[in-house]
Design a protein around this ligand. Sequence first.
Ligand code: AMP
Ligand code: MN
Ligand code: MN
Length: 331
Amino acid sequence: MNRDFLSIVGELNLAKKVLVVGHIMPDGDDISSVLSATLGLQKLGKEVLAGIDWRIPWYFYEFDETNIIKGYDEVINSGFEPDFMLIVDASSPDRIGRFQESLGKVRTAVVDHHGTNTLFGTLNWVDTRFGSTAQMVLRINTELGVPYDERLATINLMGIATDTGFFRYSNADETVFADATKLVSMGGKAYLVSRIFENKRIEQFKLLSTMEEHIRTENDGQIVYSYLSKEDYESNNCTEDDSGGFVGELRSIQGVELAIFFSEYEKNEVHISFRSKDWFDCSRLAVLLGGGGHPRAAGCTLKGELSVIVEQVIREAKLMFNTQLEAVKNI
Ligand code: AMP
Ligand code: MN
Ligand code: MN
């Protein structure tokens, strides 16, 4: 077994007060990992607080347990003094928002599956072979002897399902299916996980159609991109939470290798999502632009005027696309 994994389990065993922290712009794997670790440690009788320095998309509240996750101010104002901090699914200090102020003040473990992880904890268990961080939390909980019930199993399953696109992406390997099977055998319900995403507001379909109107292609349709401005969200009575999954729609287009979606979540603040199908390494493009992620799914955040950002990023994307294409051809 990995040395850092064993050290983290050892320290969690001894810890009495644990703060579990997820990343900004949380996704399903992050929420699942935060909740699974928090509920697991609570079941062992520890005092545990869960914190994420970002608003949590409304559809995750389909699981009541999401309500236990506190914002940064709430955690600080509670006066909670953890003896251990567990950070999940975050690849660098900026990804935990203001919680980075606690780094260096309390012993910290980073548990993550991003190749772009900067190893910023006291202990770092980072393994890119896992399709989701939720699988790593499952191993920690199992080693700690956490008893699983139907709720915990379903919540833990949610992270595996979402980070693998419901078992469709190339990271859906044997371990993913084995872990999902284990969680289902402990009471996990896949149909309850899919409820989170089968609970759409009509406005989201209108937002999708606005996004579709903005679709552009490059490189004979191998690169596809689209955007939503702050005004697009407002005129459709939506927020950026409502466009989760849109980049996946772009990638699903025939002939596309690289899909890019620009989301202006605040005026002049743009989150960019990159997804690829077979060979393009999105994480290299995201790192170049100050972000990170995985080979087939990565992201970054840039400040500035949306149209300027779109133009600059597409220029960089085309350059890197052609460079990587040459390298692939030469193999
Ligand atoms: P997203 O496009 O936001 O769904 O993110 C895709 C993947 O890239 C996820 O694994 C994220 O954790 C990662 N990611 C997104 N944005 C950033 C960022 N600014 N820095 C590092 N990793 C990111
Ligand atoms: Mn994540
Ligand atoms: Mn993840």
